[in-house]
Structures are given as C-alpha cells and as structure tokens.
Design a protein around this ligand. Structure first.
Ligand code: A2P
Length: 332
C-alpha cells in the first residue's frame, strides 16, 4: 500500500493532538510525519505511533519538502497565510479553520454526505464547522428520501469547542473561580453566544450552520435558522433539529433510515431512557441520532436530537476521513 508524507499544522493544539491520535487509530498510511506549530513549540516533541516526533516551526519554507497532505488546525489566520503556500507546493491541505469554508473554489466536505465534491479540489479542502458536520450527517438521509424545506437548529455545545481556554473556564468556574475566556461564567450556566455577534443579531457560529449546511447539501433553497448555545459540558455537542420535509413520511421509516446510514447510530428507545448523550459520544467518531418524533405543528415536520464528539467527528476524525476518501477515490 502506498504511504504518504503527512504534516499536522497545529500539532500541539487540542484538535491537532486528536488528529495525531485518529491518524494512528485509523491506521492512516503515514510514511513521514511532520508535526508543525508556532515558534513557541519548536523543539517540543509529540507522540505518534509509539515514537517521539520533534515539532517544527511553521514557516514559508515548511512545505519545500515532499509532503503529500497537510491537516491544518492552527486558527483561521494561520490557514489564510500558509494554506495557499502549501497548496502552491502541491500539498493537499485539509483545513479545520473557518477561513476557506465558503470559498467557491474550496470543497466543504463530510465524507458520508458529499464525498464527490472532493474531485473538484484545488489543493485546499475545508472541514466544516463542528456543529454543521454532525447536523448534515443526520440530515442527509432525510434530505435524500423526503427533501428538506426548512431547518431550525438549536445547539448545546461543549466548551472544548473553544479549545483549552474554554475547557479551563469550565474547570476553574466549577471550583468557584472567575471566568477568563467567556464573557460570563460557563459553570452552572448556558451562554447563547458562540463566536462574535453580527449586526443582524445572529452569531457567526449560527451563520456558519446556515451557510455551510446549504453548501454541503448543494441547496440554497432550504430555509434555515439557528440558535447556538455554549453549555457546561466538556466534550460532545448536542443539537435539537426541527426539520420540515417536502414529502410526507412515516416516522418509523425515518427512524429506520438511521439503521442503514454509515456514520450514524440510532439511539431511540425513550421508554427505556435510551437517547443520544454527550457522555456516550465522547471518544467515538459516530453521530448519534434519537428522540425522532413527529412535529404536529406543521405539515411534514419532525424533531430529532443529534450528538457527536465535537473534537473527533466535529474536527479531527472528519479531517482524517476526508484524507481516506481522497485515497479511496484515487484523488491522492
Ligand atoms: P502553539 O502550541 O505553538 O501555540 P488550540 O486551538 O488548542 O489553542 O491550538 C492551536 C494550535 O495552533 C497550536 O498547535 C498552536 O501552536 C498552533 N498555532 C497557533 N498560532 C500559530 C502560528 N502562527 N503558526 C503555527 N501554529 C500556530
């Protein structure tokens, strides 16, 4: 089997570390590994496959060497500057930041949903926002079978989505210490505020869900609205999704779809207290779907509850799965 030279940019960060772990777990065929981060981390070591690798500083010359694929998770500013440099050197970049997602030359991909978009890549591929990935994974079989006219997203998002700073605010806040990162205490609280506010009153996170869903499903006609909320959970985003379909459905048929949807797991036995939970999703790469029930307040409408590990399926695992899909499709 062919092996590939892989760079992980942001290898010391929360998602970068998970990318290394997932590459190892999924046995991605790595030949040489190049962990990269800022000058602050140059010379530190990271572990991969039982070996220590020295972290190198990311510079304009980092991609002079023969690298096949680079997984970026070092923030939008770093991606904006360095992804084009890598791409010019023939490296295929899979970028976890928000920087390139809505660029029309950049495929935005969840491998179970729109793998065919990878064929059009121009060396930069975007990993969608964490809350979008799990939502579209759950919506795809509904979209394919019944069409979708409208979506209402309400999210309950873990602090790890904000990186180490968010994690620490919950950890320290739970012990009564002041918040340093979030504008309010996150411990014992819910903040209806993720990313910056726009003039419209929505947050950037909410508009990421709206715009990215339409791009991934190739359907600008879907009406979508979102409220995104940070909750005191370390790992795992939960989402309430209200969907209006174009065609009528039987609720049991909708449930059964998730028994045949790769990457999705049906957890829907409320009488026995079985429904998707963040604690159960933590450490796994699947999207869990449950609480599927008809919404009688509109024609052809339903509600569902969807949960996934935001650092894995919402970031690192999806990026590595994109890399595998490139190989499977003969693109890499
Ligand atoms: P470093 O550890 O050297 O700061 P997180 O989101 O968990 O904070 O992680 C961010 C990741 O992005 C870290 O690996 C961090 O490296 C890396 N990073 C941040 N800024 C840069 C930069 N200018 N160049 C390269 N890597 C960066």
């Amino acid at each position: 089997m062919k092996r590939y030279n892989v760079a992980v940019v942001g290898a010391t960060g929360m998602v970068g570390q998970k990318m290394l772990q997932v590459l190892e777990e999924m046995k991605f065929p790595v030949d040489n590994l190049y962990p990269m981060a800022s000058a602050r981390s140059a010379g530190k070591t990271v572990k991969f496959d039982g070996r220590d690798y020295t972290v190198e500083e990311l510079t304009e010359h980092s991609f002079d060497k023969p690298i096949d694929i680079a997984l970026f998770s070092a923030g939008a500013g770093t991606s904006k500057k360095f992804a084009p440099i890598a791409a010019e050197h023939g490296v295929i970049v899979i970028d976890n930041s928000s920087c390139w997602r809505m660029d029309e030359n950049v495929p935005l991909v969840v491998p179970e949903v729109n793998p065919e978009d990878l064929k059009d890549h121009k060396n930069i591929i975007a990993n969608p926002n964490c809350s979008t990935i799990q939502a579209v994974a759950a919506l795809k079989p509904i979209y394919d079978n019944y069409g979708i006219g409208r979506i209402i997203y309400s999210t309950y998002q873990a602090v790890s989505g904000s990186g180490v700073k968010g994690y620490k605010d919950l950890e320290e806040g739970s012990k009564g210490e002041d918040n340093h990162f979030y504008p309010h205490q996150i411990a014992y609280n819910c903040l209806p505020h993720i990313d910056d506010f726009l003039d419209s009153g929505y947050t950037k996170e909410e508009m990421k869900m709206v715009n990215e869903t339409r791009k991934i499903l190739h359907d600008d006609s879907i009406g979508i609205t979102a409220t995104t909320v940070r909750v005191p959970v370390y790992y795992g985003h939960s989402e309430s999704i209200n969907v209006e379909t174009k065609k009528p459905f039987e609720i049991e048929d909708v449930k059964d779809l998730f028994n045949h949807t790769p990457g999705c797991v049906l957890r829907d036995d409320p009488k026995n207290n079985v429904y998707p939970l963040a604690r159960d999703a933590e450490g796994t790469n699947d999207v869990y779907v449950g609480r599927i029930r008809r919404d009688d307040s509109a024609e052809n409408a339903l509600n569902l509850w969807c949960v996934a590990d935001n650092i894995r399926k919402g970031a690192a695992a999806n990026a590595v799965q994109i890399a595998f899909s490139l190989i499977d499709q003969g693109i890499l």
